[in-house]
Design a protein around this ligand. Structure first.
Ligand code: GLU
Length: 280
């Protein structure tokens, strides 16, 4: 592979819809315009919501639209051991801690503090208390320890930034990791969480340009921290607009927006999809 590397990284939690077709278009188009390669990655870490038939459908629907990608495809559920190593590394350096608070407790805390975002900032329990809770078998999540990371990184933290291609040159955006707070990087029911898995994969796959929707425009604020802590190269970010429905709401797999499979079943051709999206 030469040139830049982009990726399309859907989660198989439902059938792809027209918004995914637009997103895939942006990814492959960006790679094409820059003489690069577009990879496909299956982000199926949430085993409670992902299903193999949706993964199969992703291959079929993207193929039908005319996209192709190098093989083998990276499938996150098959890489759990690799993520575990990163989690251990972060925990071993004090950059992550075990948080025994439940989601509901955290929500209550956030409500009490009047915060509008789920930007929880906590700290590790004293060692003896942690030991007791582990011995009791209490459930915990690994969370990034942003206060510790900030004091460890010092000036590097103050200078954290990322590059966004908004067309017509790169813009530098100052990163604000506290926007996300101490994100969960692993849970008992999901051994790795989105930001860590995606950032690790982007690193291991040599992704140079991350092209994705504006719904994830805030993700670099925290993913940049992982890149710095782990010594991973920083990619350039490109955020494309989302496809909205008639009511101006974002399409979703959950809301059963017309899936690409249904459109195909009703006789639509890829050309009709591109025309509808005004992407020809
Ligand atoms: N898997 C994510 C999704 O389907 C995309 C993650 C990413 O592009 O970083 O929304």
């Amino acid at each position: 592979m030469t040139g830049i590397i982009t990726r399309f990284a859907p989660s198989p939690t439902g059938y792809l819809h027209i918004g995914h077709a637009a997103s895939a278009h942006h990814v492959w188009d960006y790679a094409g315009r820059h003489g690069g390669t577009a990879l496909l990655r299956i982000e199926d870490i949430d085993q409670t919501r992902c299903r193999p038939e949706y993964t199969q459908a992703i291959y079929e629907d993207l193929g039908w639209l005319g996209f192709s990608w190098p093989l083998p495809v990276r499938v996150q559920s098959k890489c759990m051991r690799q993520y575990e190593t990163v989690i251990q590394h972060l925990a071993g350096h004090g950059f992550a801690y075990r948080c025994f608070r439940t989601r509901a407790e955290i929500k209550d805390l956030m409500m009490q503090s009047g915060a509008t975002r789920p930007a929880y900032i906590g700290r590790p329990l004293p060692a003896a208390e942690e030991r007791d809770r582990l011995a009791r078998g209490d459930v915990y999540a690994w969370r990034l320890n942003l206060q510790e990371i900030r004091s460890e990184l010092g000036k590097v933290w103050d200078d954290l930034a990322f590059a966004v291609d908004r067309g017509g040159g790169l813009a530098t955006v100052k990163a604000d990791p506290f926007l996300h707070g101490d994100i969960v990087i692993a849970r008992k029911d999901t051994p790795v969480a989105y930001h860590l898995a995606a950032s690790y994969d982007d690193h291991i796959q040599g992704v140079t340009h991350i092209v994705r929707g504006t719904d994830l425009a805030d993700a670099p604020h925290i993913q940049r921290v992982l890149q710095v802590l782990m010594g991973w190269k920083q990619p350039v970010y490109v955020h494309h607009d989302l496809v909205l429905d008639e009511a101006g709401k974002r399409l979703s797999k959950m809301a059963k927006s017309a899936s690409l499979r249904d459109l195909r079943r009703y006789g639509h051709r890829p050309m009709d999809i591109w025309q509808r999206l005004s992407l020809q």
